[in-house]
Ligand binder design. Sequence first.
Ligand SMILES: [Zn+2]
Length: 355
Amino acid sequence: MRQCGASTPTEVHMDSIIEDQRRTILAVDIGGTKIAVGLMLARLDGHGRMQAMPRMLRGHSIPTGARQGGEAVLKRVIDAMRECLDAGDVPYPLLGIGVASAGVIDGTGSVLSATSLIPGWTGMRLREAISAAFDLPVSVVGDVQAHALGEALWGCGRSLRSLLVAALGTGIGGALIVGGELVRGAHGACGHIGHMPHPDARGIPCSCGRSGHVEPIASGIGIADNYRRLMRREGRDAPPVDGGEVSALAARGDEAARASLVLAGHAIGDVLGGLVNAVDPDAVVLSGSVVRSGRCWMDAVNEGIRRQTLGILERTPVLVGTLGSKAPLIGAAEALCSDRSNEAHTEETSHESAQ
Ligand SMILES: [Zn+2]
């Protein structure tokens, strides 16, 4: 097998992988505000599965420059990846590229839909473009799905087989892991838990264009909106605040701020409780900036989950993510390994049945 240099990476065929091989993987996380890229070191078993949490050898991030549009963002992504590869030695053969991207990613690695955060991102053929630029295998998953995969396999869910993950930040996303594998759904859209309906959100417009969904009352933006609505209802002026500032106000005893957080916590708790009944996961994982909203929010989430779950499921553990901002890069690397390993297995099976 040829060793690869920094600028001429070599594809590794799965049939050449033997027990406990070290490989490098280039991982990239494309968000609405920043692009993070990392060269990851992975240890694989004889089936091409990761044996330990991938370790970042080097990495950097740059602003997305979303306003310049999809094509310009894709060029920045490719430039950032090339810069990361060229920044030093690539100590082990490069297995491929794992991409975590904003938006809904379909089975061909293209962006099926994206919010207005990156204009022109919808329709981008990410896998095709990145694979052509580097001549390497590429796997693409949604950024929240990658985050969930990272947490499920190498973070707080690592000993568990099935997880319902809620990513609670500016918006609300989620993902479902079953049997250690990401469930992508027929269109790649599995896990959009922010767009589950909730009675307290009735009539409130959602970022998706519908109304009555839980996101506008339980996301970071939603918590701030709840606060402004409560203040207006009491005839008081609401200062311009974000979700984090509402948490700080609640910690100082501000009643309207506490009520905003409790409303948000109950609402997402209700939705998660209903989903626990439908899916019966080993655990629920909460991640994202809203998780740091304080005790009254966390108590409300747990209360919401408990009051909705069936009796036999009410002890389903509720965990908090541990990997932080590294989770999507770890998940993207994991997605690449998993896809490569599954492809190799499929090839092996069809070869055997042809004999
Ligand atoms: Zn919605």
